[in-house]
Design a protein. Sequence first.
Length: 374
Amino acid sequence: MNTSESPLAERARSGKPIGVGIIGLGAHDSWAERAHLPALRAVPGYELTALSTSSRESAERSGQVHGVSRTFGTAAELAACDEVDLVVVAVKVPYHRELVAAALGAGKGVLCEWPLGNGLAEAEDMAREAHGRAVPTVVGLQARSHPVLAYARHLVADGYVGKVLSTTVVGAGGAWGATVAPRARYVLDAANGATMLTIPFAHTLDGLVSVLGELGELRIRQTSRRTSAVDTESGETVPMTAADQVVASGRLPGGAVATFHYRGGMSRGTNFRWEINGTEGDLVLTAPIGQPQLSPLALEGGRGASTGLAPLPVPDSYVLVPGLDPQADAPAYAVAHAYHRFLEDLRGGAAPAVPDFAHGAALHRTIETALAPS
């Protein structure tokens, strides 16, 4: 979608701040509070002008906590607000379709968290509607905007590893293990569309193809080794219908082999390790959790006569939001860089830097097509 021809783009080019309304900015420890709020406050060009939650009362409480004066009990009211130019949908996946429709119906630009929809059909519907209304959209696949991935992309393109031979990802889902926090219980139910396949695996897949190119011959298999988890607060045993093991393989452009293994819970060993192996060198990305889109990432490399790995610090030119710390502000760090890149898109960047709804629907389609029968 050409974002440079919209009223939102005109506002961005004018130098006026883009008014943002967040659906789902709760008063205490919501994802929007941990990621979107600090990201927006760290990126010049945006102003948080409104919020909505599940009720007027809770929205007012949240507004008091976060210093936001315009609070609404419904998404439709927020989307109709003249001071809102961009609507951010940061709620559980089953509500995405309805809330995105309200924002699109008001003619507003929309940033919707990933997964875009609860399944392919919903994602395709949203992408079609956004295209028909010709409004700018963003899907929350922020891993590709992380400075470490941006630098790795440059190193590969510049020949650091030579010809890519293979790439391997091993990751831990965090959730989908032996225990579950009360607020995360809904991810255990596959019907809610927020599974290990659709969240950590999909985020990582999108980040990987942004560095190495699109995968062909992708095959994905899911397996359930655990069928329940224990609520860490109540001690209750909670059924788990989402798979806790995801394995996948495919081929990169040029024939290199790509393999993935995601397992539920946390590991005493490897929680995230991504190796890129080539004829001239190797790159390794690691993180303390298996979700690179919200984790501090470390990059190491070795090439030529070197027999080991050494840290590869990211050059300052890749750090677009210096006000955030990649360690202390890890949940917001890649999100902030995505917001920054979206502004570049709106102002007429050479090529789109952030994925839109069409991209999100395509990723949903890639995953569904690649799934092997259980």
